[in-house]
Design a protein around this ligand. Structure first.
Ligand SMILES: Nc1nc2c(ncn2[C@@H]2O[C@H](COP(=O)(O)OP(=O)(O)OP(=O)(O)O)[C@@H](O)[C@H]2O)c(=O)[nH]1
Ligand SMILES: [Mg+2]
Length: 336
């Protein structure tokens, strides 16, 4: 648990940069478990590694996300890119069978250009979004500048991924009947691309058409074409989510999907949105780190002056309650 010295950190960073998956897996565990050595490492990681390009994938269970991500990663890898796939499941216990299976899979991955990892974290003290952001940045330090993130389970993880991703692919498939559900959840609004997977199955065309119609009815959709709409009639350039049919099983449509995402990234870079998202992430991380540093210092101070012990004794004796006790300690800590 003890912290690492400078020489050990240098070595850890060098080994990370070499791209080895075993070293990377150990580093992720340190960060995921919120260990002091993980924090030491993160200080180096944030100081040296740039933000990677992060693409989030969301959509109902069974749409084919877990099949699609490795397939997409393989296409990136074939171009010589190093990629990370993160599956985020805050609901599953750390010792869960599926997660264990996934972790084993990561060390057996046939292509070292593709690193797979599932995160079963509940986010520790800093919250889920912070943990994902840290792991994402760690991937960059390990030379993986493209990170694909799959949300598993609904709600919390989707929000956390939206915070950290530059783009979101909403995945659906024929026969799931979830178009209406997706509309209700407002999920179409967050999509960069709407991918209708399982194009090999009957009903894929119909599902894609339905989605296109739904999108055309969205507020502000009038006269927009799929993808990039250049500035005109007083409107700035805007992005309208294209609907794409893909087949994760055969890989059909994968290059088109990647091309759309790259087009979107170029648009974001040009408009400044890409940098804005990175900055928002950095600000959130700064605040989170500041919170925990101040907390550590304040508690150390309260213990050193004996205030914490005095109030805690009164709590034990039933002379105060937890809420009042906390306020008493906080009030006794001088803030210069
Ligand atoms: N026919 C066909 N089946 C597919 C395709 N892609 C995925 N599947 C199948 O669909 C099922 C669900 O795929 P997953 O990749 O596990 O779906 P998921 O979205 O990750 O599901 P959750 O993790 O439960 O949310 C599996 O049986 C896949 O083999 C495809 O392109 N065509
Ligand atoms: Mg899955």
């Amino acid at each position: 648990m003890s912290a690492m010295d400078a020489a050990q950190l240098d070595e850890a960073m060098t080994r990370l940069a070499a791209g080895g998956t075993r070293v990377l897996s150990r580093a992720v565990s340190l960060v995921e478990n919120g260990e002091p050595r993980g924090l030491d490492l993160l200080e180096r990681v944030y100081a040296t590694a740039p933000h990677p390009w992060v693409i989030g994938f969301t959509g109902v269970g069974g749409a084919g996300k877990s099949t699609l991500l490795p397939r997409m990663a393989a296409h990136f890898a074939a171009r010589g890119e190093y990629v990370a796939i993160l599956a985020v499941d805050p609901s599953s216990p750390i010792t869960g069978g599926a997660v264990l299976g996934d972790r084993i899979r990561s060390t057996e991955a046939p292509d070292e250009r593709i690193y797979f990892r599932s995160l079963a974290t509940r986010g520790g003290t800093g919250g889920l979004a912070t943990c994902i952001a840290d792991v994402v940045r760690l991937m960059s330090a390990a030379g993986r500048r493209i990170v694909l993130v799959e949300t598993v389970g609904a709600g919390q993880s989707e929000v956390a991924i939206r915070d950290v991703a530059h783009a979101t692919v909403v995945v659906t498939a024929p026969g799931l009947g979830d178009e209406v559900q997706a509309m209700k959840a407002g999920i179409l609004e967050i999509g960069t691309v709407l991918a209708v997977n399982k194009a090999d199955l009957p009903g894929a065309d119909e599902a894609a058409n339905t989605l296109q119609h739904v999108m055309a009815l969205a507020p502000g959709a009038g006269h927009m074409t799929e993808g990039l709409n250049e500035a005109r009639d007083g409107h700035p350039a805007r992005w309208f989510p294209p609907v794409l049919k893909v087949c994760a099983r055969s890989g059909a449509g994968m290059e088109a999907l990647i091309a759309r995402l790259e087009e979107h990234r170029a648009f974001q870079e040009r408009s400044g949105e890409y940098a804005r998202r990175n900055l928002a992430r950095d600000r959130a991380r700064m605040d989170e780190r500041l919170r925990s540093l101040l907390m550590e210092r304040a508690l150390a101070r309260a213990r050193a002056t004996g205030v914490w012990q005095t109030v805690e004794r009164r709590l034990q004796a039933g002379e105060t309650d937890p809420m009042r006790a906390a306020r008493e300690i906080a009030d006794a800590i001088p803030i210069q």
